[in-house]
Design a protein around this ligand. Sequence first.
Ligand SMILES: [Zn+2]
Ligand SMILES: [Zn+2]
Length: 261
Amino acid sequence: MDYNYHTHTFRCYHATGAEESYVDWSIENGIKYMGFSEHMPFKGPGGFESNYRMPERLAHDYGYKIKELKKKYKGKIDIKLGFEMEYYPNSFKYMLGKAIEYGAEYLILGQHFLDEEYLGGNYSGTKFYKREDLEKYVSRVCEGMKTGVFTYVAHPDVFNYLGDKDEYCEEMRKICVLSKKLNVPLEINFLGIRYKRHYPVNEFWKIAGEEGSPVTFGCDAHDVLGAYHKESLEKAKKLVKKYNLNYIGRPKLKRIKHKIF
Ligand SMILES: [Zn+2]
Ligand SMILES: [Zn+2]
């Protein structure tokens, strides 16, 4: 594995480590293509600002820092400036515009909440039992893929559904089918593996294998050592083998500029 486009930093307030330490650790471990994908700032009406991520006023600093490192490490490692962003129907255009303004070169889709957070959006990793919530998660991810701006879907199996297994499979298959149709890769997430979270979900990857969805890897580093984690990589490879996944390796970055919405 010589790439990783899923990296956070101290800037999101729930990760640690400065950018340069992530770069050093990546180079040391043979990463040649690296992307920073800080959580995209999110503002809502009435002065609401999400505390799951950096505030808007600090996003430019993040952009400047990555651009500086990009120059400094040129020839050693290819660094890209990106964001991990939700698909929120009412805020999508605004968020995309802002991402472009901050200089983003790519975006990954991480649907951490079902709804815009000022609406009290439920975190996707909490326990869900209602089919309507499952449907909403799937619909957000599918609509996000259809915008054509996302390079891949981060942890598509983050949604923690404890309801009926058949319902789960039926709905999640929609994501896998669309991923194949639109050629938007699905990420096996190393953070979930490393911390033994509820994902990767076997049922999900079984379906992805059946549908031939393109699959890639992402570290989802929230600390420096997470920017390359050998044990997680080994486990991810096993998953690829087990479900005969269509592993594509390094994803092709989707350009987000010049898109008209
Ligand atoms: Zn995070
Ligand atoms: Zn992430």
